[in-house]
Write a protein that binds this ligand. Sequence first.
Ligand code: SF4
Ligand code: SF4
Length: 94
Amino acid sequence: MSGVTETVTVSEEKGHKITILEEWCKGCDICVEVCPTDVLAMKAVGTRWQGTIAVVVEADACIACMLCEQQCPDFAILIEKGEKKKKGKKAEAA
Ligand code: SF4
Ligand code: SF4
């Protein structure tokens, strides 16, 4: 198997990985509609038959709720939960 173009975005804050399988995305907008934190948007791509594709615009806002993955009718978006790193501020000098 080969040939599926993936766009992978990892949120810096939480490490959640969002993968969009470009060829499988039909630009239906469902993932954008269901995402509660506006992580996703539709981008115009002239070469696509439907003219748009889903893209990640705010990775750090992802809460790994999985709604986009569950609702995508074409299995074109995948979420892998990252490990939440606690960024405790170290008091370096007192
Ligand atoms: S729900 Fe799936 S097919 Fe529809 S725009 Fe989002 S990623 Fe593409
Ligand atoms: S997992 Fe949830 S928060 Fe993250 S992009 Fe998908 S719908 Fe949005």
